[in-house]
Design a protein around this ligand. Structure first.
Ligand code: THU
Length: 138
């Protein structure tokens, strides 16, 4: 999806819509994430939701699901990450997702924007801040 057509309000509205697609019968915690990336000079957005499994450990978080969808479309680097849930406080990416996000960091200052369900509470960070002193082979 091209961002030129999607301002931040539109991205958040779309994220809220995606919450109902979350497969979360075990926790009841619905999470939706959006990965922004640049491709051929244009800004694109890919969405993801959490996908739980009766074998709980196989659950895939919304962030990793969004990253997989973005990769399918050709994403190389994340330029912004959005997260929303059905919780009353903004939730931030779990440790496993932070490691996966770190694979796709080009700009450490790219924003991470996490919102509560009503979009009133925001936790704001950057991709670089998510996982300081992370493992790298560079
Ligand atoms: N969850 C996410 O989707 N993203 C996170 O960063 C934290 C947790 C999901 C996983 C599980 O389906 C539910 O939230 C409760 O842990």
């Amino acid at each position: 999806m091209r961002k030129e057509l999607m301002k931040q309000d539109d991205i958040l509205a779309a994220l809220k819509d995606k919450l109902s697609h979350s497969h979360s019968p075990y926790s009841g915690v619905q999470v939706a994430a959006a990965v922004e990336y640049i491709q051929n000079g244009e800004t694109h957005i890919a969405f993801g939701v959490n996908v739980e499994n009766v074998s709980y450990g196989l659950t895939v978080c919304a962030e990793r699901s969004a990253i997989s969808n973005a990769i399918i479309e050709g994403m190389k680097h994340i330029t912004a990450l959005y997260v929303i849930s059905n919780q009353s406080e903004a939730i931030s990416p779990c440790g496993a997702c932070r490691q996966v996000v770190s694979e796709f960091i080009d700009n450490e200052d790219a924003p991470v924007l996490c919102f509560d369900h009503s979009l009133q509470k925001k936790w704001e960070s950057t991709l670089g801040e998510l996982l300081p002193n992370r493992f790298t082979l560079k």
